[in-house]
Design a protein around this ligand. Structure first.
Ligand code: GLY
Length: 393
């Protein structure tokens, strides 16, 4: 069976659906291909929009694109809510980072100094002020920092709204798996699916998260650039009789280990997350559940009263420099939107903007420049361009 479209988007997570929606709004005829639309890393995330509290030493370029992403998020979310009537649960209370012991406080201060040196807002609080903001915190907490610009969104509501918007914009959905980008004469001609279906198109966007490398036809260095990084997290539900236990996202360092707790409007609290190099394994382990609960209860003892409603594991699409891979790959019409690692929800609106700009012959924001696919293909050709993370150091 042959199908035709202007654009094929391979991947139905928040990156693929955001691109498909915006490309359809730009007047393009879009087919999105995914065997399980919505059942990917996007469903397992905590939905943190955290450019500042997740900024690490040496990741200046990533910080710049994440800051652009968080500025863009509210208008994108508002339009999505308007179009669909679905609330996405954007919360702007901010993030409180807390340190459990004296060593954790020293580490938090070093990171805070780095973030301030990058011009970011960070208000330091003593233990009393931390508990003033979040009364259920343990009295043992040693101090904290407020990152007012680090927000959150309900990732599952957001993903649902994107699917509704995409359908309303007449994006067609194919429940198959793209195995190949068909390339001839230096340009893409469409895709081939696992069941033999062929879709002809002038453009193909590979947005298949950690599976992006399974698409034949992409240059080999790009197929090798994305790997799965397992994250396990917990969803804790409120028994009903209690007031919400937190209102800010809390990021805690507990005896050197990081844990985060993200509140939802209905009282649910997401606790995450492990970061494991275990290939495509998505099993939930007793040890991870134990460690996450132990650390969460150390900083927020009331956690023990909540219902353990769900445990889950997802696969972040990691890259060698922790940066996304967004843009054309040197073959006409073949684009990538993958490798978003820890920031897929946050970066979905700006990624859609950048890809739709490329599809319609416009330029992307300057902050994308370090994250083109060419940083990997040019490296192999010996052109000497270094990965985004190295350049930012
Ligand atoms: N951004 C949170 C995580 O990757 O666990």
């Amino acid at each position: 069976m042959a199908v035709a479209a202007d654009v094929v988007v391979a991947g139905g997570g928040v990156i693929g659906t955001a691109i498909a929606w915006r490309a359809a709004l730009a007047g393009l005829d879009v087919v999105l291909v995914d065997p399980d639309v919505g059942d990917a890393a996007s469903a397992v995330a905590a939905g943190m929009l955290a450019p500042v509290s997740e900024a690490l030493f040496g990741e200046g370029a990533l910080l710049a694109i994440n800051l652009l992403a968080v500025q863009r998020f509210p208008s994108f979310a508002a339009e999505l809510e308007d179009v669909t009537g679905h609330e996405v649960g954007l919360r702007r209370e901010g993030t409180l980072a807390v340190a459990y012991d004296a060593g954790d406080l020293a580490a938090l201060r070093r990171l805070t100094d780095f973030r301030r040196s990058a011009g970011l807002d960070a208000e330091e609080l003593d233990r009393r002020a931390c508990r003033g903001l979040e009364p259920f915190l343990t009295p043992d907490v040693h101090g904290g920092v407020v990152f007012a610009g680090d927000w959150s969104v309900d990732n599952r509501r957001y993903a649902t709204a994107l699917r509704v918007a995409m359908a309303a914009a007449k994006v067609r959905i194919s429940r198959g798996r793209v195995t190949q980008a068909r390339v001839a004469g230096g340009r893409v001609r469409g895709v081939g699916l696992a069941d033999g279906t062929v879709i002809d198109s002038a453009a193909v966007v590979v947005a298949a998260g950690c599976w992006s490398g399974t698409v034949a036809g992409l240059p080999d260095p790009l197929r090798a650039a994305v790997r799965p990084v397992k994250g396990q997290l917990l969803r804790l539900r409120h028994p009903g009789r209690m007031p919400p236990v937190i209102s800010h996202t809390i990021r805690a360092t507990v005896r050197g280990a990081d844990v985060y707790l993200v509140p939802r409007a209905d009282g649910e609290v997401i606790v995450g997350a492990t970061s494991e190099e275990r290939g495509p394994d998505r099993t939930v382990t007793a040890g991870a559940v134990h460690d996450l609960l132990r650390d969460a209860m150390s900083v927020l003892p009331v956690t023990s009263e909540l219902i353990l409603a769900e445990t889950c594991a997802g696969l972040r699409p990691g890259t060698p420099d922790n940066g996304p891979i967004v843009g054309g790959c040197g073959i006409d019409g073949l684009l990538l939107a993958t490798g978003h690692y820890r920031n897929g929800i946050l970066m979905s609106p700006v990624t859609a903007d950048a890809i739709v700009a490329a599809l319609t012959g416009h330029g992307a924001a300057a902050q994308w420049e370090p994250f083109t696919p060419q940083r990997f293909t040019a490296e192999q050709a010996g052109a000497g361009r270094s990965p985004a993370g190295d350049r930012a150091r």
